[in-house]
Design a protein around this ligand. Structure first.
Ligand code: GLV
Ligand code: MN
Length: 226
């Protein structure tokens, strides 16, 4: 190989190395960009995709695929938390498939709490539509950030951080939240820890929380798994 072609080869491998490094170190801030105008999810397709669905044939796509009428009704808050979450994600609104975003309507009874949870795939932005709501999250440095918000105020929860909202007003409250993922996922701490299937062994939870196993059993019973 002459000098010229060995320089060319080295240059090629250098560029290749650069691309590989760039690929593995680039942060991914949201779902990937879409490759076409739209890809309305075919929820019945048998092929499985990671956080995504194959597209319906364009000939079967209609206006109704791009409109979601699920947020006009109050969510059911008749549960131990006093909260009702209506999800407008790809599963309820297939037109969101590949578009990298979704929304929730969250209803609170007076005193209701949207329990401590995190979204592994999305940052959350929200707005208070009705009432007065305490919004809080905890950073990975274990700092607790919180504020009581009124109607029209907005908040943001950085991706993956544990957070909650509590209705601290005298009446009902409503928030609308949005996510930079078509399916942000939710790890709800009380049910993840105390109502998983199969359950986390009591001795593991007892050591984690430095509590007696009777306390663990009592908490589990609140979620119907003891
Ligand atoms: C609120 O935290 C939500 O996930 O909708
Ligand atoms: Mn959330």
């Amino acid at each position: 190989m002459d000098v010229k072609s060995s320089i060319k080869t080295s240059f090629f491998f250098l560029i290749l190395l650069f691309c590989v490094i760039l690929f593995f170190t680039s942060p991914c801030y949201s779902d990937p960009d879409q490759l076409q105008d739209f890809c309305v999810a075919d929820l019945n397709a048998t092929t499985t995709f990671l956080n995504g669905f194959p597209c319906k044939p364009v000939s079967q796509v209609s206006s109704s695929d791009f409109f979601f009428v699920g947020f006009h009704k109050e969510g059911d808050t008749n549960n131990i938390f006093g909260v009702g979450v209506t999800a407008g994600n790809v599963l309820s609104f297939p037109g969101l498939n590949t578009l990298g975003l979704s929304m929730n309507r969250v209803d609170f009874s007076p005193g209701g709490v949207n329990p401590l949870h995190s979204h592994p795939r999305a940052t959350e932005a929200g707005i208070i539509i009705m009432g007065k709501v305490l919004v809080g999250f905890i950073s990975t440095s274990n700092v607790y950030y919180s504020k009581v918000l009124d109607e029209g105020n907005m908040f943001v929860i950085p991706k993956g951080l544990v957070h909650f909202q509590k209705n601290v007003g005298p009446g009902k409250a409503i928030i609308l939240t949005s996510f930079n993922s078509q399916l942000p996922g939710a790890v709800v701490l009380p049910t993840t820890l105390f109502a998983s299937n199969p359950e986390i062994p009591n001795d593991v939870l007892a050591t984690n929380f430095q509590a007696d196993e009777t306390v663990i059993n009592s908490i589990k019973s609140k979620f119907g798994s003891a």
